[in-house]
Design a protein around this ligand. Structure first.
Ligand code: CMC
Length: 428
């Protein structure tokens, strides 16, 4: 017995697999020789027990409800930092000095416009198109206007690619918003910071003077920070997987956007509001929907509840719940959806089904209420998530390439037909 290796007894032989140490949390069994030595592979549907990589970016402890960006607890970051600084931290590993911050911000502002041809691309989408589909397509299309592949051996090339995507992506997110509302599209304004600039690009009306509301800017900044990275979630794993084939940064991120769109992942923020509206329109009977969620013959799930990793509480949800209260109060908005959300939370948290399965409100449960208070259409909520998650995707892509991770290529346990001979159609 030793705690630095695992011994597998199989077929009369004994095999040893080393433990890979961590600085915090799960240690891993290195099974890279397993198949060669034993002819066996591991099977772990949904990768619930599988470490896909070694990373230094984000740590989360699902039992304790802890989340750290590069070692800094999310509560401190959300309270004291700003989104631009968080982007730098995730990308470079350390908090910036004033000089590093200014250079980073200037690097982003250097790319604060988009090629005019991109406007023609967005024009051809129908207004009814879902903003996430538009965003994913436009992100992929950006490659056409920036055809030079990133040289991952050049730190300055990596920095420029990240800064370029960060700048241009905020335009694409704002443009999908303008498209949805039928408003003309804008370029950025370099006198503003990143979040202010995004806010202005979204909300400035063609014939009105524009005022930055500090409450709205503060709320957006906090939401973006809380979504900035979350280690190996579905969309980030997608970005890493696509990038592992040495696919370019923009195309890899475009794939991540599609993964994020799903209602079990980032699309849950849209699904939560739709669910709360449905409950309200149906008379507000919260208990009825809690029963539906528990019924195994009913496909209904309580959206915004549960998490693959958090089995105690989602620390982001705690911060967002408080922010939602503050923002509704300061904007003087009363939202019936918030009342229903609070009732739902109360009923579910006292119910044995949710308690025994450790199902708690997640980050998406309250974020939609804030977006709604800011006047953002429901279909745009996941785009907001994508803007927040962008620095995480880029940092993870960069780390994967710098660590020279091999191409992602899982195996399978095949249970299909055995070898058989083709039968001509007239003989079937
Ligand atoms: N409502 C009702 N039952 C649920 C829910 C829910 N929201 N979530 C999980 N369960 C039940 C599930 O039916 C299963 O029950 P049983 O053990 O009796 O079969 C048990 O809890 C475990 O669920 P699971 O699906 O095996 O857990 P998972 O880790 O595979 O899924 C999840 C995690 C987030 C996909 C899931 O909890 C879910 O579908 N939640 C609703 C969608 C949602 O809010 N997603 C946002 C996640 S946070 C933001 C992000 O990551 O993007």
């Amino acid at each position: 017995m030793s705690d630095n290796k695992v011994v597998l007894n199989y077929g009369g032989n004994s095999y040893e697999y080393p433990i890979v140490e961590s600085t915090l949390g799960d240690r891993g069994i290195d099974i890279s020789k397993l198949r060669d030595q034993t002819g066996l592979i591991t099977l772990d549907l949904g990768y619930k027990n599988t470490g896909a990589t070694i990373s230094e970016i984000t740590y989360l402890d699902g039992d304790k409800g802890e989340l750290y960006y590069r070692g800094y607890p999310i509560e401190q970051i959300a309270d004291k930092s700003n989104f631009t600084e968080v982007m730098y931290l995730l990308l470079h590993g350390e908090l910036p000095t004033q000089d590093q911050f200014s250079k980073f911000e200037a690097g982003i502002k250097n790319y604060n416009y988009i090629a005019d041809e991109m406007k023609r691309l967005i024009d051809v989408f129908p207004r009814s198109a879902h903003p996430m589909g538009v965003l994913s397509s436009l992100t992929s299309a950006l490659t056409a206007f920036n055809p030079k592949a990133v040289d991952v051996n050049s730190p300055s090339d990596l920095d420029h690619a990240a800064e370029m995507l960060i700048a241009k992506f905020s335009h694409l997110c704002a443009w999908t918003y303008r498209k949805k509302l039928g408003l003309p599209i804008n370029h950025g304004d370099n006198s503003l910071n990143y979040v202010e600039n995004f806010y202005r690009m979204c909300f400035r009306r063609p014939n009105e003077e524009f005022h930055l509301d500090p409450v709205v800017v503060g709320a957006l900044d906090k939401l973006l920070i809380l979504h900035a990275d979350h280690e190996q979630n579905c969309s980030t794993s997608t970005v890493r997987m696509v990038g592992s084939a040495h696919t370019g940064l923009f195309a890899s991120v475009s794939a991540g956007i599609s993964a994020l769109w799903g209602p079990l992942h980032g699309g849950a923020n849209q699904a939560v509001i739709e669910m709360l509206e449905m409950i309200e329109q149906d008379g507000g009977d919260v208990a009825k929907y809690v029963e539906k969620a528990k019924n195994k013959d009913d496909n209904f799930r309580l959206m915004g509840f549960g998490h693959r990793v958090y089995k105690n509480f989602d620390p982001r949800a705690t911060i967002i719940k408080k922010a939602a209260d503050d923002i509704l109060n300061s904007l003087g908005i009363e939202d019936k959806a918030l009342d229903i959300a609070m009732q739902l939370e109360r009923v579910a948290l006292e119910d044995e089904y949710f308690v025994s399965r450790k199902l708690y409100p997640n980050v998406d449960f309250y974020s939609g209420i804030i977006y709604r208070a800011l006047g953002i259409p429901t279909e745009m909520f996941t785009v907001m998530f994508a803007l927040g998650r962008l620095p995480g995707w880029i940092s993870q892509w960069k780390e994967m390439r710098l660590h020279n991770d091999p191409i992602g290529r899982p195996r399978q346990v095949y249970q299909g037909a055995q070898k058989r001979d083709y039968i001509a159609m007239n003989a079937r």
